[in-house]
Design a protein around this ligand. Structure first.
Ligand SMILES: Cc1ncc(COP(=O)(O)O)c(C=O)c1O
Length: 394
C-alpha cells in the first residue's frame, strides 16, 4: 500500500489546471469540509492551516478571554497549551490516568476555579479520553469542551466516533498524522453560532464569511464601499492545494487507519506475556486508531534505562523511536516565562502532575505508519529480541 495514491495526485492536478483561480477557489475546500462533517458527524467543519490554529480559533469563537483559565494535560505535544497562550488565556495542567495516559476527569475537577472556562482534552496516541466522566464535569461546572484529536482519526468511544463529543473538535493534517497534506487542520462543531465565529476568526475577521461559506465573493470585494473586516481575525485558512490532497486522503481514510491498527496488532503480540514494557491500556469500549504505539519501560531508573533500551533496540536494527514530549510545564518557555505571569497559580515544579511525571521519562512511542506490514513484522521481531536481551543483562 502507498500513503498517497493516484487520487490525491489527480485532485492536485485539478487545482493546478484551474490555476488557483480565486473565483473557483473553494472547490476542494468546500468539498473537504462537507465530507469531513459527514465522517465526524458534526454539522460544521472549518479547514485550517494546522491543528494548533484550530484550537486558537475554537477558544476565540467560544469567547474564552485573556486571563480565563483552560484546563489541559501536560503529557502531550505542547500545541494544546500553546494555543491557550496564543489566546491570551492561562493553561492549567490536570494529570492523566496511569493506565490510559489520557487526562482524567478527577484531576480536571481538582483544577477548576472561578476563572475556568474550558477544557481541552487530548486523544493521546489515538485513544479517546473517558468522555462520559469528562462531559459530566463540564456540565456540572458549565465549561466548554474542546477535543484535540490531532493524533486521532476514526477512533471510537462507546460506539461513537471521536470528534463528535466536544463543543469543538480539532484535527491535524501534519505530516505524521493519519491524513496529511504536510500541514493542515480541521475544526468541527455542531453549533452554528460557534461556527460563524470560528470561520470569521480564521478568515481575517471578514464580514462575508459564515459557518458553511468560507469565501467572500468577487462582487463583494470589488465594491468600493465594501466593509471587509468586522472583527479581529487571523489568516488560518487551508490552501486549496492542501485541501485537494486531504480530500483524497479522507476518501481513503479507512485503509489509512486500518493499516495503523494492523501494525499495532503486530506489536501487541510482542507486548503480551512480558512485564518490562507496559502498554497504554485500551478500554474495551474504545477503538484506538493508533497514531503510534505507546508503552512505558517498567524501571526505577528511567534516566539510564530509557537510553539503554533504545541503544539495544537500534543496535538490533530497530527504527529510531520517540520519547514522549517533555511535559509542557517543564519546557523552558513555561518554566522561565509562563510561570511568572500574573494569574498563573500553579507551580511548575515536580509533583504538580505526579502520574505524568512518572510516565513521561519512561515512555516509548513506536511509529505505526508502515505501509508494508512485513516491515512492521521485522520491527516487532527486533522488539522481541531486544526485550529478551535486555532482561538477560539485568
Ligand atoms: C496532540 C497534538 N495537538 C496538536 C498538535 C499540533 O498540530 P499541528 O502540527 O497541525 O499544529 C499535535 C501535533 O502536531 C499533537 O500531537
Amino acid at each position: 500500500m502507498k500513503r498517497f495514491s493516484q487520487l490525491e495526485k489527480d485532485y492536485v492536478n485539478q487545482v493546478i489546471d484551474y490555476e488557483f483561480n480565486t473565483s473557483k477557489n473553494s472547490i476542494f475546500g468546500n468539498k473537504l469540509e462537507a465530507a469531513f462533517s459527514k465522517v465526524i458527524g458534526m454539522e460544521y467543519s472549518i479547514a485550517h492551516v494546522n491543528g494548533t490554529a484550530t484550537m486558537h480559533t475554537a477558544l476565540a469563537a467560544l469567547g474564552v478571554k485573556k486571563g480565563d483559565e483552560v484546563i489541559v494535560p501536560p503529557l502531550t505535544m505542547s500545541s494544546t497549551a500553546l494555543a491557550v497562550l496564543q489566546n491570551g488565556s492561562i493553561p492549567v495542567f490536570a494529570d492523566v490516568d496511569e493506565k490510559t495516559f489520557n487526562i482524567s476527569a478527577k484531576s480536571i475537577e481538582n483544577c477548576i476555579t472561578s476563572k475556568t472556562k474550558a477544557i481541552i482534552t487530548v486523544a493521546l496516541y489515538g485513544l479517546s479520553p473517558d468522555y462520559d466522566s469528562i462531559k459530566e464535569v463540564c456540565k456540572k461546572n458549565n465549561l466548554y469542551l474542546i477535543e484535540d484529536n490531532a493524533e486521532c482519526f476514526l477512533s471510537y468511544y462507546k460506539g461513537k466516533v471521536v470528534g463528535s463529543f466536544g463543543d469543538f473538535s480539532s484535527f491535524s493534517f501534519q505530516a505524521s498524522k493519519h491524513l496529511t497534506c504536510g500541514e493542515g487542520g480541521m475544526l468541527c462543531t455542531n453549533n452554528e453560532d460557534f461556527a460563524n465565529q470560528g470561520r470569521r476568526f480564521s478568515s481575517l475577521g471578514y464580514a462575508g464569511v459564515s459557518a458553511k461559506q468560507g469565501k467572500i465573493t468577487r462582487n463583494d470585494i470589488q465594491d468600493p464601499n465594501y466593509s471587509r473586516h468586522v472583527s479581529l481575525g487571523f489568516n488560518y485558512r487551508l490552501s486549496e492545494g492542501n485541501a485537494a490532497i486531504v480530500l483524497g486522503q479522507l476518501e481513503r481514510a479507512a485503509e489509512l487507519v486500518e493499516i495503523r491498527i494492523a501494525v499495532a496488532r503486530i506489536f501487541d503480540e510482542v507486548i503480551q506475556n512480558q512485564t518490562l514494557l507496559v502498554k497504554q491500556h485500551i478500554p474495551s469500549d474504545c477503538i484506538n486508531s493508533y497514531w503510534c504505539y505507546s508503552f512505558y519501560l517498567n524501571t526505577d531508573n528511567p534516566e539510564v534505562d530509557w537510553y539503554k533500551f533504545r541503544d539495544l533496540f537500534q543496535k538490533n536494527g530497530g527504527d529510531g523511536y520517540y520519547a514522549a514530549w517533555k511535559l509542557s510545564y517543564f519546557e523552558p518557555l513555561f518554566l522561565n516565562e509562563i510561570q511568572n505571569l500574573e494569574g498563573v497559580w500553579q507551580k511548575y515544579s515536580h509533583g504538580l502532575c505526579p502520574v505524568s511525571e512518572f510516565l513521561q521519562p519512561r515512555m516509548i512511542q513506536l511509529k505505526t505508519n508502515y505501509w508494508d506490514l512485513d516491515e512492521a513484522k521485522q520491527q516487532a521481531e527486533i522488539l522481541s529480541k531486544t526485550i529478551n536481551e535486555y532482561n538477560s543483562i539485568l
